[in-house]
Every structure is written in structure tokens, then in C-alpha cells.
Design a protein around this ligand. Structure first.
Ligand SMILES: Cc1ncc(COP(=O)(O)O)c(C=O)c1O
Length: 385
């Protein structure tokens, strides 16, 4: 019987065991019955019960859960979101390959594309994801292997049009959907080939699991696995267990954080010290209509700009008492960070300005506290500027 995604999250990944909670398999190695059996396990595609760099039953449960939530044939977990991104690119690209990526993609992804990938002769064209048709226009037939989008983007929450991405023929289309979580949007439903998450964020949801995951067609993921088993960015079973527990409460967490984000967004929008507020479900967001079409929830993260620049940011942050100064997002605590000097710190001033990461920009990750307390904390800190 068809069911709502929040209901699917309660049982996603269950392996038929009567235990309501997943089993933790810390083992790195399994015993074979004889040498033929050992060969079969050593050469099998995504062999289970052989060696945990190849596969691990607890990680497999996490992968099954993500595949169910994303409506995918299969999923493949990694030791971090960056592990997933690096493995994906290096599995599918080689010297002479071309990638189309959005210009405001997550800082470490951009650095990976501009640094190691360029060094290996993998060229990237960066495009503005908000310009209709920009991704498709940059595709070089026969050379472009990957089209990489991130929606919503970190930290400005721009939206890539999933319908447009899904219609691109030729290269594999990939959407980093970390900010949305599998309950906020499902890029595969729009024809995108691979959805990617840093499960370290909302999926894990408790700041105690470092994990990445890809979901898509089995054949494609098997091909990526054949490379990633050598790359070695392997998901830990302990982190997979924590993420499975996180998935059980993803529905209530995402809904509450989304509602809190909207409450805070409206409180910020009316304040004279604030010059801009960014959240996909804010009516004034330039791609609000697209966001509403392709997302169930706008996400737990918002960003905003203070007229007073970096000095105002220092004053604001120093007067917060409930929100913590920390990177990352999607956990129980409300977190604040200053992207220009933390998450995007490696970029020069011109690039930062071009991307809209101004000195007055702050990113807020809404936690699970009562929204009234979060608003009170923010309103007090704003009054001190
Ligand atoms: C949108 C996005 N993608 C990927 C990553 C990388 O994930 P991880 O830190 O798990 O490697 C991050 C990390 O913040 C992110 O925000």
C-alpha cells in the first residue's frame, strides 16, 4: 500500500530480522567455508560477509534505508560526504573528462574540482545554477561525464531546477541534496541519475555520525563501488547504526526544523539591521516557485546578511546564548557560522563576493529547541548591534 515518506522512514532498511533496532556488526572480516567460497566472496560484486571495505551488514541496512527513501534501486555509503563526492568523480572521470558544476557548490567540492581534479586533467566548467538552461548549455557532447548540482546550495540556498537537470541527456546528472534530506525532496523522481548526501547532516541528525551516500541505479552504483573499494572512503558500521537511528525520527525533525526556519526567517526579515534573508520557502526567494514545486520542506538552514558587515556579525554572535558557534547543520542544536571566515575560508575576496558570500553573511542551522526560544535569542542579539 502506498505510504507517506515519514512512515517509510520508520522501517526503511529493515532486513527481515524480528529486532526493531538494527544490529551492529563491528567485524572487519568474515570467515569463508573453503577456498572456493573465499574466491567467490573476493570477486563478487559488493560482496557481503567478506571484508568490511567491500561491504558490511550494518552499512548495507543504512544503504537500503536511503534507497527506499529516495525511491532508488540501490545506494552506496561512504565515510563522509566528501568521500562520496571524490569517489563518484574519480570512478566516472579520467584525464580529458569534463564536468559541469554549479559555481556556488559546497566549498570543499569546489576545491576538489579546482585542485586535484584539474591536476589529473579533469576540467570543470562552473555555471550559475539560477540561470535557466545554464547546466545543459555547458555540456560538451562526448566529453562531459558529470553534471553536478547542489540544491538548496550551501550557504545561500539557491535552487537548481531538478526538472531541467533530469532532462539533460548524455552525462550523468548528480544532485547534492544534503540540505533537503530525502524527506525534503527526491531528485530521482525528476529523472536525475544520482542523488548524493552528506548523511553527517540531517540524515544522521545528532552530530555523531560522519557519513556520505549516493543513491541511483544498481549498475551505475556497482561501477562506482568497483572504484570506491580501492579508494577506501568506507562507512563505519557504528556511524551507519547512528544514522539508521537518525532516519527513524527524520520526519518529525525535518518538519520541526523547517517550521522553525520559517518562524525565524519572518522575525529576521522585519528587522532593520538585516538587509537580506535567504530560505527557499520564503516568498521573496527568487526561486520560491521552483522550490515549492520540487521540495516538500525548504530545509533547516537559512542565511541572512547584516548591514554592519563583519563587525556586526561579531557583535551578533557574541550576544547569542542559545545558538552555538559551529559548522555543520541538521543536528538538534541551533548553530551559527560565518561562511566567509569558516566554511568558505579558502576563497579569495573576489570569488566570495561573486558568490554572494559577503562579510555580513551568517548561516543559521535550526535545531530542535522551541522556536520561541530561538527567536528570543536572535532578537536579543540583534538588539545589541
Ligand atoms: C552540501 C554539502 N555537501 C557535502 C558536504 C561534505 O560532507 P562531509 O562533511 O560529510 O564530508 C557538506 C558538508 O558540509 C555539505 O554541506
Amino acid at each position: 500500500m502506498p505510504q507517506q515518506p515519514d512512515t517509510t522512514a520508520i522501517t526503511a532498511g529493515r532486513d527481515g530480522s524480528p529486532s526493531l533496532s538494527p544490529a551492529l556488526w563491528p567485524s572487519t572480516v568474515w570467515e569463508s567455508a573453503d577456498l572456493d567460497d573465499a574466491t567467490r566472496r573476493a570477486t563478487g560484486q559488493r560482496s557481503d560477509h567478506f571484508y568490511s571495505r567491500f561491504s558490511n551488514p550494518t552499512v548495507t541496512q543504512f544503504e537500503k534505508a536511503i534507497a527506499e527513501l529516495e525511491g532508488a534501486e540501490a545506494a552506496l555509503a561512504f565515510g563522509s560526504g566528501m568521500g562520496a563526492i571524490a569517489s563518484l568523480v574519480l570512478a566516472l572521470c579520467g584525464t580529458g573528462s569534463h564536468i559541469v558544476a554549479q559555481n556556488n557548490i559546497y566549498g570543499a567540492t569546489a576545491t576538489f574540482l579546482r585542485g586535484p581534479c584539474a591536476r589529473f586533467g579533469i576540467e570543470t566548467t562552473f555555471v550559475d545554477p539560477t540561470v535557466p538552461g545554464a547546466f545543459a548549455a555547458a555540456v560538451i557532447p562526448g566529453r562531459t561525464m558529470l553534471v553536478l548540482a547542489e540544491s538548496p546550495s550551501n550557504p545561500l540556498l539557491t535552487i537548481a531546477n531538478l526538472q531541467e537537470l533530469g532532462a539533460i541527456a548524455g552525462p550523468f546528472t548528480v544532485v547534492d541534496s544534503t540540505m533537503a534530506t530525502p524527506l525534503g525532496q527526491r531528485p530521482l523522481d525528476f529523472g536525475v541519475d544520482i542523488v548524493l548526501h552528506s548523511a553527517t547532516k540531517g540524515i544522521g541528525g545528532h552530530n555523531d555520525a560522519l557519513l556520505g551516500v549516493l543513491a541511483g541505479e544498481s549498475d551505475l552504483l556497482n561501477e562506482i563501488w568497483s572504484y570506491s573499494v580501492m579508494h577506501g572512503s568506507v562507512a563505519s558500521p557504528h556511524d551507519a547504526l547512528n544514522a539508521l537511528r537518525g532516519i527513524r525520527t527524520l520526519g518529525v525533525r525535518v518538519e520541526r526544523q523547517n517550521n522553525s526556519a520559517l518562524t525565524v526567517v519572518h522575525a529576521l526579515s522585519s528587522h532593520p539591521a538585516v538587509t537580506a534573508v535567504h530560505h527557499p520557502f520564503l516568498e521573496s526567494h527568487p526561486q520560491h516557485t521552483i522550490a515549492r514545486t520540487q521540495m516538500r520542506f525548504g530545509g533547516s538552514v537559512l542565511s541572512f546578511e547584516l548591514a554592519g558587515g563583519i563587525d556586526a556579525c561579531h557583535t551578533f554572535v557574541n550576544n547569542l546564548s542559545l545558538a552555538h558557534i559551529a559548522t555543520s547543520f541538521g543536528g538538534p542544536e541551533t548553530l551559527v557560522c560565518h561562511p566567509a571566515t569558516s566554511t568558505q575560508v579558502g576563497l579569495d575576496a573576489n570569488t566570495l563576493n561573486a558568490l554572494g558570500v559577503t562579510p555580513g553573511l551568517l548561516r543559521l542551522s535550526l535545531g530542535l529547541e522551541d522556536a520561541r526560544d530561538i527567536v528570543a535569542d536572535i532578537t536579543f542579539a540583534l538588539s545589541k548591534i
